[in-house]
Design a protein around this ligand. Structure first.
Ligand code: GTP
Ligand code: MG
Length: 197
């Protein structure tokens, strides 16, 4: 898919203030610093569309980006950042739950996982939540440029083994690097396929 146009539309804390639309949207979620905003920039070929930072907690709001006037990418704040207070964590949870319950146009959630790490409790819990809510999701293993392909594949195999303990059917997964652009075509093709359903 060719990205002809990508523009920032709104930042919100509440799903009901997000763009009123029937166009499909794809949300990026995962632990803080996993590379959600960077991946949105990589997919759209716009270096500064979504704000990124080497410090976790950069994205704090629900950000909508309209792509080709046809579908949305949504950048969400991350979870699992140790320095966050209990109150902020609760506020995050409320915002995300409300978002997922109130966006009937949410076509799919991309759950980003750092390809270098073993399965993390926060991620497994978040997937459980998606499962309970019946929200379709796909896994994306990020930052593959930071280690060898063999190491990435070993980590992914371990991840899938862990998931098999609780999930009857394994979610689809892809790999990505915002540096080498690995995964770009595959992710855009996936979105294009879902858009045409
Ligand atoms: P929050 O908004 O805090 O939840 O983080 P985020 O998930 O949006 O992460 P962000 O895209 O801001 O990236 C965090 C850091 O990781 C930045 O320093 C990025 O440059 C770096 N980064 C993101 N993706 C990649 C990648 O694929 N490869 C490498 N080498 N660095 C990456
Ligand atoms: Mg971000």
């Amino acid at each position: 898919m060719v990205i002809k146009d990508a523009k920032f539309i709104t930042s919100n804390t509440r799903a009901d203030l997000c763009p009123q639309t029937d166009l499909p949207e794809y949300a990026f979620i995962g632990r803080s610093n996993v590379g959600k905003s960077s991946l949105i920039n990589m997919l759209t070929n716009r270096l500064k569309l979504a704000k990124t930072s080497s410090f976790p907690g950069k994205t704090q709001l629900i950000n909508h980006f309209l792509i080709n006037d046809d579908w949305y990418l949504v950048d969400l704040p991350g979870y699992g950042w140790a320095k966050v207070s209990k109150d902020s964590r609760e506020a995050w949870r409320k915002m995300i739950l409300y978002y997922m319950k109130n966006r009937p146009n949410l076509a799919c959630v991309f759950v980003l996982l750092d390809s270098r790490l073993p399965p993390q409790k926060a991620d497994l819990e978040f997937m459980e939540l998606l499962g309970t809510m019946g929200v379709p999701f796909v896994l994306i293993f990020t930052k593959t440029d930071k280690q060898s392909g063999t190491k990435t594949d070993m980590n992914i195999a371990l991840y899938l083994k862990t998931l098999k303990e609780t999930w009857e059917e394994l979610p689809m997964y892809m790999k990505s690097s915002s540096s080498t652009k690995e995964g770009r075509e595959e992710i855009l093709q996936f979105i294009s396929d879902v858009n045409q359903r």
